[in-house]
Design a binder for this molecule. Structure first.
Ligand code: BGC
Length: 770
């Protein structure tokens, strides 16, 4: 009986039942998700039946497609032998079902595959890039978008997304700044937790995908902003800044983590036991599993950290990497390591268990297949598109608006639209678009700014694209998508385009210049040495501005750019980022005032690349910049940003007043309430983001001049006042001291500011006693 019970609870029987239904063409109905305890129990029972090789197979993630030089054939044979636990980079639903059939029907124990993919900001309905969503300063935006992305991915056979990327980025040259929430640990934590909730829900269910928090950790601090380069981060900075959003995502219940590529203080993150074991598992109590970044296990040899592939497998495995992404180093070497006793079977079991548990929690043993007939309807849902348009507009940041240039009148006779990005469906969604990647069919039909303006203004548009900018060196995705580098424009072409742009501007009431970067200029391996507007865009901008017509600059980009000239000469600048599938309409909604912009910068906006890394929460190590000497200022430029962290305008204006603390003296265990009145002083309803900053005046270590410790986005009617309340207690006041090596609230005086950005001037003082 006991034996029978064991068998009944095992994955084998459930998988066989599934096999039967699959063969008869019936897709099993989704059953109630398993509790963690039940998933654990079943995983344990299944583990007992597995051979050592099958266990190692679960730790192997294989490319689900052929990639020259990396995966020479589809993984079918290995799947059938039980040597593949997970596949990635495949999103064709038929292919996924086919491979899943191989796993479930042909492998000895019928264990389904876990399908992973980079669903970073939407599946077919592409939401604004993560940096944009962070600009909403509204975690509900991230949560709603990622929940939609989860439903869409799950319906299309993907159960695990390599998101959220929560790397702090203080340097706009780093291409991957676009994938995260910017420079701040507090804002980053809110966005990280919101994404985990969006993907996974309260508990893993039929609409959830597993989140994977990446890139653990310190990847955003790459030297010189060069992607993959080393990160050297002192422990106090690491704990007080870089690790904070990771911990928030872990506390929110993230099922998995991804180890980063680079050396962290000389020890590659993927072979860093202190990071993956001591911090993640011991200190934080993480119970899920860690996957390496793609080929990062094999790469330990490139780092000069591992002697050979066997040593690489050993170092990554014993550091705490459960699953090897695409390098095949585990599958080829772990069996040898177990045979020689360097890795014990008990250690192997510990690594495999959370992966099996995740498969049970996802209900994969019950229902591994996708109902192909339902995929298209789910992926093209009008609700998803409507949500996208709303969130895109909510994520835009109005950087400048002199003389009420915006909103534009709806009765404009003629508008000149300048710049090739205005008409580029390829770029408006930004990078990491699932169906557009790897040469996929690209079924998303994004609305460009030009299309949206034409929709509103009919034929009254003078469009002058100019020549699209191009990367000097190709993107690694170009080869996959077949993108070709076009030659730069000749002098004659430039002269001609400029003349056309000028003529179009002169013939119009207003110019909308849509400028920025191609999507491929941001993202992985897309770092830059400069932040200029690439190609001939700056020349086009200067030419149209010279006509004296009002110019609205709409930026489509994934990082702050050097827009000093525009900031001085152009009356209105709207940062639209890469706003996604309905992005053009969302831009038009803001330009014409149907939506009042309320986004704020999640990064300090540099004047030029030479200021990088630039961030507001720095220490003050000598005199402040406004003193005559002994300052850390450059002799040729201020160290101040062009626009500060937290900054963004609205068509409304707001006043902050009456900053008060419920107690202005507390002990280290207590909490004080901070209250502030926010009034809409204009005649239009609009959004303000109230922000609370603190500064610890003295302590066991120097503390940043300001740190964000609370924020809330609110909508106020004309004339309306709301009183907002924030708490300052242990969570907000503590820091990790490099001297005591502890998280502590230290007694002393704290400055408290409230306002609309990181330069807020409304001030109070808080005394903390022992
Ligand atoms: C990236 C990861 C990504 C992985 C899988 C890597 O190159 O660094 O962010 O999740 O590929 O596509």
């Amino acid at each position: 009986m006991n034996k029978l019970r064991g068998y009944l609870s095992s994955g084998a029987l459930i998988a066989s039942a599934c096999l039967l239904s699959a063969i008869s063409g019936v897709v099993a109905a989704q059953t109630t998700p398993l509790t963690n305890q039940e998933a654990h129990r079943r995983a344990e029972a299944l583990l007992k039946q597995m051979t050592m090789e099958e266990k190692v197979g679960q730790l192997n993630q294989a490319a689900g497609i052929v990639i020259p030089g990396l995966a020479t054939e589809k993984p079918d044979a290995a799947i059938a032998k039980g040597q593949v636990g997970s596949v990635l980079w495949q999103f064709d639903v038929k292919e996924l079902n086919r491979m899943q059939h191989v796993a479930v029907e042909k492998s000895r124990l019928h264990i389904p595959l876990l399908v992973g993919f980079d669903v970073i900001h939407g599946y077919r309905t592409i939401f604004p890039v993560p940096l944009a969503m962070a600009s909403s300063w509204d975690p509900a935006v991230e949560e709603a978008a990622q929940h939609q992305a989860a439903k869409d991915s799950r319906a299309a056979g993907i159960q695990w997304t390599f998101t959220p990327m929560v790397d702090i980025a203080r340097d706009a040259r780093w291409g991957r700044i676009v994938e995260g929430a910017g420079e701040d640990p507090y804002l980053g934590s809110a966005m990280a937790a919101a994404q985990v909730r969006g993907f996974q829900g309260d508990s893993i269910g039929p609409d959830s995908v597993l989140a994977c928090v990446k890139h653990f950790a310190g990847y955003g601090a790459a030297e010189g902003g060069r992607d993959y380069d080393s990160s050297n981060i002192p422990e106090s900075l690491f704990r007080n800044v870089y690790l904070v959003p990771f911990h928030a995502a872990e506390k929110a219940g993230a099922a998995s983590f991804m180890s980063a590529y680079m050396d962290l203080n000389d020890v590659p993150a993927t072979g860093n036991r202190w990071l993956l074991h001591d911090v993640l598992r011991q200190e934080w109590g993480f119970k899920g599993f860690v996957v390496s970044d793609a080929i990062a296990v094999g790469n330990l040899q490139t780092h000069g950290y591992a002697r050979d592939p066997e040593d690489a497998a050993y170092k990554a495995f014993t550091a705490g990497v459960n699953m090897d992404m695409a390098s095949l180093t585990y599958i080829h070497n772990l069996p040898k390591l177990v045979a020689s006793g360097k890795v014990t079977e008990a250690e192997l079991d510990t690594a495999v268990m959370p992966i099996l548990e995740a498969k049970y929690r996802l209900g994969l043993f019950d229902n591994p297949y996708v109902d192909e007939s339902k995929v298209d309807a789910q992926l093209s849902s009008p609700e998803g598109l409507a949500l996208e348009r709303k969130l895109a507009a909510r994520s835009m940041v109005l950087l400048k608006n002199d003389n009420h240039t915006l909103p534009l009148s709806k009765n404009l006779k003629k508008v000149a639209v300048i710049g090739s990005l205005a008409d580029s469906t390829k770029d408006i969604e930004g990078g990491w678009t699932v169906e557009g990647l790897f040469g996929g069919p690209g079924k998303s039909h994004p609305v460009t700014v030009l299309a949206a303006l034409k929709d509103r203004l009919g034929a009254n548009i003078n469009y002058v694209p100019g020549v699209a900018p191009a990367r000097e060196y190709p993107s690694m995705f170009d080869a996959m998508t077949g993108a070709k580098k076009l030659p730069p424009p000749t002098d004659a072409e430039v002269t001609d385009w400029i003349a056309r742009a000028k003529a179009a501007a002169a013939d119009s009431d207003v110019v909308v210049a849509v400028l920025g970067e191609l999507a491929s200029m941001s993202g992985e391996a897309a770092s830059r040495a400069t932040l200029d507007l690439p190609g001939m865009q700056q020349q086009m901008l200067e030419a149209v501005a010279a006509t004296g017509k009002p110019v609205v600059l709409v930026l489509e980009n994934g990082r702050p750019l050097d827009i000093r000239w525009a900031a001085d000469h152009v009356p209105a600048i709207l940062e639209a980022w890469y706003p996604g599938t309905e992005g053009g309409d969302a831009v038009a909604d803001v330009l014409f005032g149907d939506v009042n912009p309320g986004g704020k910068l999640p990064v300090s906006w540099p004047r030029t690349a030479g200021q990088e890394p630039l961030y507001y929460n720095h220490n003050l190590t000598h005199e402040p910049e406004d003193r005559p000497s002994f300052t850390s200022r450059y002799w040729d430029l201020t160290t101040r940003p062009l626009y500060p962290f937290g900054y963004g305008l609205s068509y409304s204006t707001f006043k902050f007043a009456n900053l008060r603390l419920s107690k202005d003296r507390i002990n280290a265990e207590q909490t004080t309430e901070v209250e502030v009145d926010v009034t809409n002083t204009s005649t239009v309803a609009g959004d303000s983001v109230a922000q609370i900053y603190i500064h610890q005046q003295a302590g066991s270590a120097s503390r940043p001049v300001r740190e964000l410790k609370g924020f809330r986005r609110i909508t106020l009617r004309p004339g309306e006042t709301q009183t907002l309340k924030f708490s300052l207690g242990k969570e907000e006041l503590q820091f990790w001291s490099p001297q005591t090596k502890l998280w502590d609230v230290e007694p002393g005086t704290f400055d408290v500011w409230a306002g609309e950005d990181s330069t807020a001037s409304l001030h109070a003082e808080l005394i903390v006693t022992k």
